[in-house]
Design a protein. Structure first.
Length: 139
């Protein structure tokens, strides 16, 4: 069953997500990042610039290199080449989250984002998924 971790109060949601993906990759799992196309375009740009010392290989889900790339950016429900970790940057529940071993929900300080995250929390809780909440001191 998918383990779900919420990271609350990210002051810079996409910047925090970059650091989270870097941390996950350092421990080995492959990552799929889910979000709307505009968010993923910005996240793609940030992955190239958030750190001068780190390179995180990433491509979009439809790219021919997706099967050999450790980080996949995905904006639609569909097959992904791996199912280790899913990072959700969208406001909704990813429709395919249950095929992943672990799901990270990154939540900003924005009132709307927090409200929608509470709905997702209830969704996972009501279906029996193991949940953990992490309050970020700064994100």
């Amino acid at each position: 069953m998918t383990r779900v971790d919420f990271h609350f109060n990210a002051t810079d949601k996409l910047g925090y997500a970059c650091r989270l993906v870097r941390k996950i990759r350092r421990t080995g799992p492959r990552v799929v990042v889910f979000g709307d196309p505009l968010t993923l375009a910005e996240f793609d740009r940030l992955l190239w610039t958030f750190s001068q010392l780190d390179f995180i290989p990433h491509v979009h889900a439809g790219d021919p290199l997706a099967g050999r790339t450790p980080v996949i950016l995905c904006s639609e429900a569909g097959e992904t080449p791996h199912s280790d970790v899913l990072v959700n940057l969208s406001h909704g529940t990813p429709p395919f989250f249950s095929r992943f071993e672990r799901l990270f929900e990154v939540v900003s300080c924005d009132a709307r984002d927090r409200s929608l995250a509470r709905e997702r929390w209830r969704f996972y809780r009501d279906r029996g998924y193991p949940l953990a909440g992490h309050q970020l001191a700064s994100g």
